[in-house]
Write a new protein. Structure first.
Length: 631
């Protein structure tokens, strides 16, 4: 990948960070290695030989001095997250860290193993369990716990358990209430856009190195081309606090809905005096709204649930571990970390509300919230390696007031292309805009340069000088960023301006996610895929019956809008379609197409069969390769 060195202003800005933060504090370097049983530096491959995970790619982080192209604070976090291997956290409790974005926690029960969060892919999960078995007794897995509904915490489940054992009752799977709906819907309804935006957030298309991807704040990165799976939970936790005895160990579950995930829970193991904070308290500021996109999280509730954990477990726990980063040992340190994390998320909520109630707009609030209050600003575990004050304050604003900043000029702005053309004309043409950009870059004023460049690129997307200058500007902003996500986003934009949009190795097989789609969710997604421009004038009423579920659906296409009623039938339908849910899954997985399923008798149609063909012909197929930094 074409890259350029850090500019003089970027190098000076990064060097200044070394004087602003307590780099002499090496406590985290000791904690991250504590309990190490076996380091991991290898590759993890799929069955066809493709490399899914490669820790050797991060060997460049062994250099003590941070390069000019990486913010020293981020370099420190990247070094810490590069400690991969099997670790003993406390008696009977182990973690495999650095073999995926998340951690796999393994608890030794009376007869078998309890696994918390089996990573994102079967390949990495299987490798993690194999690493454990190389150094510990080979007991069977008797329970799996999904701490929350994000894919890096459940996708590798088939790498550690067989679904037949789950169905036979040999393995139980625990999850918070609402898990299945949230796990499936997040990866389907806006899945294509999230995947594309996630490429930027995680820097998945960037090479590993000091000029490109170094970290993601909560871990190294995401597996490439692995196999994502899902087995439905057998036990759902529904009470605010709920205790279950699992293979001889008591585990108290604390539900924390609406925090880092819509369905999430913390865990406390009283016999081990160990507190698992899931992804609610890690060694970084998290996101109230991720750059890839998601539902806006509730910072106020987040802080409150952490305080509940502090009150309930703060005087009991001797170790705190999470499903990202490294553990914290000792009662006083645990209480301090929980209090810091509570204060941070509460500040994000309350300070944003304080400023918005004075009439400040989202960007004005972001500019006003440059630092955390008091000692929080210099605590390593509250630095913005993953979330940022700027992004999070705007997310809180959005949660309460929406995206509109109340200025009438913002009600109906021009599109980026049309605005770009007018700005370039007003500024004296493309050559003059380039001159202004380069002047700003020479002064280190990259935020202004990138705004000028964006207008120019959208006005003249084929202007090679404009694209090159904008790439140079984004690159320097990436080199300066303390947030791993901002770095990845800036550098991904620079790479695509120089090289165009590159195809990504996607996760292999989403069979389990497709099968987990309830029929209603399938019709919801069908409505999302419907091209309303094509659908206008093609009104129809269809009855759709799933023979194996004994459940009918009444679909109505009217005014280019598709709606449905569950458990109902139209009295006068244009057609009735009867099939099994299994056939629907095969169609969604492209294992069989609609005509073939009809021909083979897997789909039966009564009435006007052409109506179904019409409907299917109006559905769009989304591609995760749309432009971002160009029109």
């Amino acid at each position: 990948m074409q890259t350029k060195p850090a500019s003089t202003s970027t190098a000076a800005r990064n060097a200044a960070v070394l004087q602003q933060l307590p780099f002499a504090d090496r406590e985290d370097y000791e904690s991250v290695k504590r309990g190490l049983i076996a380091s991991y530096k290898g590759e993890i491959k799929a069955a066809d030989g493709r490399v899914v995970w490669n820790m050797q790619a991060y060997d460049f982080l062994q250099a003590d001095k941070s390069p000019d192209t990486v913010n020293p604070s981020l370099w420190r976090q990247a070094q810490l997250n590069a400690n991969a291997g099997l670790f003993q956290v406390t008696d009977r409790l182990y973690q495999v860290r650095g073999l995926d974005l998340a951690n796999m926690t393994i608890i030794e029960g009376s007869k078998g193993l309890i696994i918390i969060d089996p990573l994102m892919t079967t390949e990495t999960a299987r490798a993690a369990l194999e690493l454990y078995y190389q150094h510990r007794p080979k007991k069977p897995v008797v329970a799996v716990i999904y701490s929350h509904s994000h894919i890096d915490h459940f996708g590798g489940v088939r790498g550690v358990v067989d679904e037949a054992d789950v169905k036979a009752g040999k393995v139980k799977i625990y999850a918070p209430a609402g898990f299945m709906e949230e796990a499936v819907s997040e990866n389907v309804f806006a899945g294509t856009a999230m995947l594309r935006r996630g490429q930027y957030q995680g820097g998945s298309l960037l090479p590993r190195g000091e000029h490109a991807h170094v970290d993601t704040g909560i871990g190294k990165g995401t597996p490439q081309g692995g196999t994502v799976t899902l087995i439905a939970p057998t036990v759902l936790l529904t009470k605010h606090y709920e205790t279950h005895r699992i293979d001889g160990l008591d585990i108290e579950f604390q539900l924390t809905p609406g925090t880092e995930a819509p369905a999430e829970m913390n865990l406390y193991l009283p016999q081990l005096k160990a507190l698992c904070m899931a992804e609610n308290a890690t060694h970084t500021m998290h996101n109230i709204l991720t750059p890839r996109g998601a539902l806006v999280r509730d910072a106020k509730a987040w802080g409150k649930y952490i305080d509940d954990s502090l009150v309930r477990y703060g005087d009991k726990a001797t170790v705190l571990f999470a499903q990202h980063n490294w553990p914290t040992w000792g009662g006083e340190r645990i209480r301090t970390m929980l209090a810091d994390q509570r204060d941070m998320y509460t500040f994000l909520n309350d300070r944003t509300l304080h400023l918005l109630n004075q009439g400040l707009t989202p960007m004005e609030i972001a500019e006003a919230m440059q630092k955390l209050p008091g000692e929080l600003e210099t605590k390593w575990s509250t630095r913005g390696y993953y979330g940022t004050l700027s992004h999070n304050s705007r997310a809180v604003y959005q949660r309460y007031l929406g995206f509109y900043d109340a200025n009438p000029a913002s009600l109906n702005p021009l599109s980026p292309v049309e605005a770009g053309k007018r700005y370039v004309e007003a500024l004296g043409g493309a050559a003059n805009v380039l001159k202004l950009m380069r002047s700003a870059m020479d002064k280190g004023d990259y935020r202004w340069a990138v705004q000028l460049g964006n207008h120019l690129v959208f006005a003249e997307p084929e202007n090679r000088e404009a694209r090159a200058a904008q790439a140079d500007t984004l690159e320097q902003l990436g080199y300066q960023a303390e947030s791993s996500l901002w770095r990845n986003i800036y550098l991904s934009g620079a790479a695509e301006l120089r090289n165009g949009v590159q195809a990504q190795k996607g996760m292999r097989s989403t069979v389990d996610l497709v099968k987990a789609l309830e029929p209603g969710m399938f019709f919801d997604f069908m409505a999302v895929r419907l091209d309303s421009n094509k659908a206008v004038g093609h009104d129809m009423a269809l009855n759709w019956v799933f023979s194996d579920l004994k459940k009918p659906f009444a679909l109505t296409l009217r005014n280019g809008v598709l709606t449905y009623r569950e458990g109902s039938k139209h009295a006068k339908a244009d057609a009735t379609i009867t099939m099994s849910k299994a056939t629907l899954d095969r169609i969604n997985l492209r294992q069989i197409d609609l005509p073939a399923a009809i021909k083979q008798g897997e789909i039966k149609i009564e009435g006007n069969g052409q109506k179904l063909g019409e409907l299917m012909g109006m559905l769009a197929t989304f591609s995760p390769s749309f432009n971002i930094v160009t029109p």
